[in-house]
Every structure is written in C-alpha cells, then in structure tokens.
Design a protein around this ligand. Sequence first.
Ligand code: MG
Length: 373
Amino acid sequence: MDSAVASNQVGDGNQRGEADGAPLRTIAHIDLDAFFVSVELQRRPDLKGLPVIVSGSGPRSVVTTASYEARRHGVGSAMPAAKALRLCPDAVVIEPDSHRYREASRAVMAVIHHQIDEVEQAGLDEAYIDLTGLSSPIATMRTIVREIEEQTGLHASVGIGPNKLVAKVASDAEKPRGFVVISREQACEWFADRPCGLIPGIGPKTVERLRVLRIESIAQLAGADEQQLWEAFGERQGSILKSRAAFIDGSPVVSNREAVSESRETTFDTDLSDRTELLERLAGLSADLCSALRRHGHQGRTIGIKIRYANFETHTRARTLSALTSDQATVTRVARELFEEFDPQHPVRLIGVRVAGFQTPEAASGQMSLPLS
Ligand SMILES: [Mg+2]
C-alpha cells in the first residue's frame, strides 16, 4: 500500500525552484522494512503476523529489529531484550544470523545498482540514491521497490526529496511500505510539530540540552534564535542544528561503487624542508585517510605519496602490497618508506598520501578462492 504524500505537487522530474542557488537535486533514501525480521520470516513463514523480535539471548542483549506487531506493544530497536519481553511477553525471540542478513543485503543492493550508478549504501538495509537528472525519478524508484520485492521478497520504504536529510526523514515517515515524495518546504511543514530527535544526527543528549532552552519541536529549533544556539552549542554546531531543522543539507551522495582510490593532501602556508616535520604531517594525513577508508568500508592495495616542490614540480611514488589494507600503521609505514626513498631535495609545498586499487574484502576473498576450486 503506497502512500504518496504530496506526490501530485512534486511530479516526476519537477523538483525545480529552490531559490538558495544550490544545484537542484533529487535524492531518494530507501530503507528495508523490519529488515532482520523480514529475512527471518522467509524461513519461518509460520511466524507471520506474530510479534517477533530479533535479539540475542544473553542478559545484556538488545533488540536489533522488531516486527511491526511487536512494535505495537512499544518494542523498539536498541531496547534491552528483557524490557521488550516485559512489554510483549508473547513475542517470539530469534537469534540474529548476520550471514543471512548480509546475503539478503547484497541481493537488494544488486537490484538497486542494476538501475542506478550513484548509490551510497548507508547500512545493510538502507541506501541513498542520486536521481538528479533522471527524467522520471519517481517511476524509477517504484521500479526498484517492485524489483526488490520480486527478487528478494523484501519490502522497502522510500523517501524522495531535494537532499539526503529530507529523503531520510521521508522514508521513515510512513513505514512500512511507505513512498513519500516531498519538497524541503513541505518537510518543514509536515514535521513542524515533531520532536527534534526525529532529525538524524540529533541524539538524546542534544534533545535534552535543547529542552533546557525550551526548544522541543523541529519548528521551534528551525526558528530558534541563532545567538542562543551559538551560546549553548558553539557557533558551528549551533548553526548546523538550526539548518538541519530547516531540512537544509548539502551533503553529496557518495557512490560506494565508483571509488577506486582515496587520498589526503595538504599545502603548507610556508614551504617545508624539515624532514621530521614533513614525516609528521604525512603521518597525520595517513591517519585521516585510514579513518575515512574504514568509515567508507574501503581497502586498497596500492599506497602512494605525492610531493610538490615550491616550484610546482610534482612527484609521485607508489608501492603495491600483496594484501588489501586500510590499516593506519601499514599506510603510515609505507608512506614513510616512499618518502625516504624519494628523498626530497628542495623545500616542499604540498604533501599527500593515497590508497588506491580498492576492492571489497568479499570480492578479494572470492578471487582468491578461485584457484582452489
Ligand atoms: Mg530498515
């Protein structure tokens, strides 16, 4: 059952008219409904319609997913399993099976990638999809939802909007099997009275601090005195909170698939000759790079450095390892060795480090298993 809020106002290919000068975008967020439970119900169809909780059985276990029947009793994700069972004593508890969830996730993502290149997988069961420039983004998303159902038996909810934030909140608004198309202005109106914690990135601690300022709803936060927010949260964080409450979000959809390398580089205010300092800067860049790689789930085989002299002459050096890595110690060590081998002879204007030759660990192990089979 689709519920297309305001889809008649925001037709296919008709997301024009943001006046803030930002490039017009059409972004979808797709989120599978009660993902773990739905995967489990495929092998236990007898449990359909019953309250089902996927959680471990230890005393400190928490609920990973609850069926919508269990949610009606107040059970929610991340709730201690013991509390969930007090709220819903009849619930059937199933141990998580992460292998199966990863398999199902791969099948779903393959369906999405079959239609669209610009996909940012944000979790096992969710992804952002950049539909900008497509002639019929809504029809495309309906096709994707239908094909996911046909090929995996899983249901998904979709939000479509001008940015990732609107899309994410919209996909969650009418679960399960929601299909919400909404502009930024409509999002501001529709969610005006909802609590600030509905906005991704505004966690319970921030909600508590906002409450002290008598700011409880999204509209109150969007309309809050900026000075007051700056005083409570600092300028940067205060401004971010206010703009997110106005559903402003310029962050790009970062396609996981196309990335083949990632790098960090820095240009010095004054050219550097001191080896120790150059190596320190290189180590700092390697640390930043590796934490980004891990965040994005990337590993690469080739580590490279880039050195630009004051006269703009640019040199690169690289080494390919026998195994994939995103390990900070490894990247830092290889970058240092490359630097020492290169042995710069002039003051350095820019230094950089790169990891390239990305491959997912699954793809890598798949390839390595070929000779054995
Ligand atoms: Mg989900």
